[in-house]
Write a protein that binds this ligand. Sequence first.
Ligand code: GBH
Length: 514
Amino acid sequence: MPICKIINKNNLHRVWETPANIHQNSANSQRASRKFPEDFLFGTSSSAYQIEGGWNKDGKGISIWDVATHMDPSPVLDGSSGDVAADSYHLYKRDVEMMKELGLDFYRFSISWPRILPSGFSNEINQAGINYYNNLIDEMLANGISPLLTIYHWDLPHNLQKLGGWVNPIIIDYFTDYAEVLFDNFGDRVKCWITINEPQQICVGGYGSSMLAPLLNMTGIGEYLCSKNLLLAHAKAYRLYDEKYRKKQNGLIGISINGYWYEPATDSIDDKKATLDTIQFDWGQYAHPIFSKEGDYPYELKRKVYAKSAEQGFKRSRLPKLSKSEIEFIKGSSDFFGLNAYTTTLVYRNASLEGMYAVPSYLDDLGAGFTTDDSWPQGASVWLKEVPCGLTKILLEISKRYDNPPIYITENGWSTFGGLVDDDRIRYLRNYLDAVLDAIEAGSNVKLYTYWSLMDNFEWLSGYSEKFGLYEVDFADPNRTRTPRKSSFIYREIIRTKTLDFDYEPENFTGGNI
Ligand code: GBH
């Protein structure tokens, strides 16, 4: 079986140098145990709207997800909402108990902007919201778990959306005001911050399509306006922390970018070019301005959107320009590369793409088509295939492109349709951690790993149908009872021993408590 070849530090992988047919690792058995570096850290991840519930409790304002999930007809697959979700607004002590059971070093969670600033603006702070997160943070610290705080994970205050949300440049200042409230209130105890979770998903999902709130569906225009404002908002919050808070609070701050790994579908030059273009549209669009030496949008993105715009009779490129000072402002604005990495996709470019996409559109600008390999194991989410060496490759690619930054894997996880015996999640977890170790051995500077997610939660427009949790949540139970899955016991042992042991079986696992 052709498995990813692992390359040494002097020869970090480039997409066009390897064959397209990569496969997941074979069976778990008979693989030697591997040790993680002593200072490597393990955590789990979640986000406010997906777990908290309490959507209108104690003065919280309305977010774009409250609006989207309350629409009639509902855009959510099972018609559900995050009104109650896993009810972490009330059950946070149980959540911390679970973190403790797993032995996590840290827990990544996000703050609901409208719970802190109900109107979106910082002139009015909701003390009940501050109290909630103070309690959560204090409970974590009392149990030896470090908070990794995401400032924005998609639940924009509805008021700001009324003004255009991420396509109105005024968001840059309002986002920074919000971040400042968080630095002021939580920065004494929070030493690691993520400004924004997944720019591409926010912009393409929310403004360029209707895959995420606010379901704007203005492709070819919306995602590019969003992109520029988001990069500037991120950078402004970073600069604020750097200049006003870092000395006193002594923390780190960065951004989390979702990185699909892309592999050419065939060996043809066209498919290799399409693959590189896709990388630059999908995550290079955000990573290049922040992490590259030269800054600015990637050349491939600028050239393609400019050319298409001209062809289509637009007076200027639909991708807004970054000025010299904006380029400088954004460049270097992240202390680490936060990477959310789940899966791999094959890319092609050929005549069959003609007329396939609306004009103008993001996909037409990019001019690529996507496919997958039937041999890749399939998760409960349509887009999720298990391709462990795709993770090794993206880690090495980031290391190579951006001068070996510290990489924080801020999300990685597997979805099922439920059940406590989750052997496929265990296989995914082990194979992906194995892939992380391959990347570290090849010279990638990976510092930590975060499993998505601590528990089942509201999976956006897929509702509650796809389960990512190490803990199962019973959403039919008003108490939202949480039960550890088999994978919890496996992850706990990996954390306890800092060792990946492919043969470890939890003793007497009966689907009961840890
Ligand atoms: C993460 O994004 C999110 O940060 C997190 O909130 C989420 O729960 C987690 O993934 C699991 O999905 O359904 O075919 O339209 C990872 C990137 C972006 C991948 C949206 C799936 C939807 C594709 N995800 N994308 S589709």
